[in-house]
Design a protein around this ligand. Structure first.
Ligand code: G3P
Length: 225
């Protein structure tokens, strides 16, 4: 369970009030319990301030939501890839829709992560951008149409063609890079559809973090895997 496997569910905790303080550890433990019981690979992405505590407390892979490209040293207020690796986290999201970077910075962050042995899941807002970021050889690409993020309509229902096209553009560059999809993913049917469309998993947030019963929401998500 400590390795990232596929199909993969990445739960981005974002900065929701539900994951402030103890909430982050509690949700990460729920992710770990569901992963353990089901054998499905689930990654937790807690807020940066809880990263170390969460990474040292659960056996599932933990990733940061963002990391900076700076090298260790005089870099006040920046978070280096080395610092993230030292927490026990195994990777990071890069270029999330709510934390956008330009292409040069995405390339620099990926290279900083390779230096520190951190896996990268680079987010992209379209199929075209997915292909562009694939050129930097990330470990995964996650396509997420921004207008569907946080909503009730899943990308797999509203824009299935974006998922199919993102898989195609990424695999034109490098067939071994797994492509995930996200935005509005809420249940097991959405995850099943994502896999049918060629994705290797999903990146989601509100469907789990804001759920009345987080464990139930996670169990539902993985029920067809
Ligand atoms: O990082 C996950 C994301 O941006 C999608 O959010 O709430 O639509 O699952 P959500």
């Amino acid at each position: 369970m400590s390795e990232i496997g596929f199909p993969l569910i990445i739960v981005n905790f974002k900065a929701y009030p539900e994951v402030e303080g103890e909430g982050a550890l509690s949700l990460a433990r729920t992710c770990a319990a569901v992963a353990e019981a089901s054998g499905v690979s689930i990654v937790a992405c807690p807020p940066m301030v809880e990263l170390g505590r969460v990474a040292s407390s659960v056996k599932i892979p933990v990733m940061a939501q963002h990391v900076d490209y700076r090298t260790p040293g005089s870099a006040t207020g920046w978070t280096t890839a080395e610092m993230v690796r030292r927490t026990g986290a195994v990777g990071t999201l890069v270029n999330h829709s709510e934390h956008r970077l330009n292409l040069d910075d995405i390339r620099a962050v990926i290279s900083a992560c390779k230096r520190a042995d951190l896996k990268t899941c680079v987010c992209a807002d379209s199929a075209l951008t997915s292909g562009e970021v694939a050129l930097f050889a990330p470990d995964m690409v996650a396509v997420e149409p921004p207008e569907l993020i946080g909503g009730d309509v899943s990308v797999t229902n509203a824009k299935p063609e974006v998922v199919v096209e993102a898989v195609r553009t990424v695999h034109q560059v490098e067939p071994s890079i797994p492509v995930l999809c996200g935005a509005g993913i809420k249940n097991g049917h959405d995850v099943k559809r994502a896999i049918e469309l060629g994705a290797k998993g999903v990146l989601l947030a509100s469907g789990v973090v804001k759920a009345k019963d987080q464990r139930q929401a996670l169990s539902d998500l993985i029920r067809f895997i």
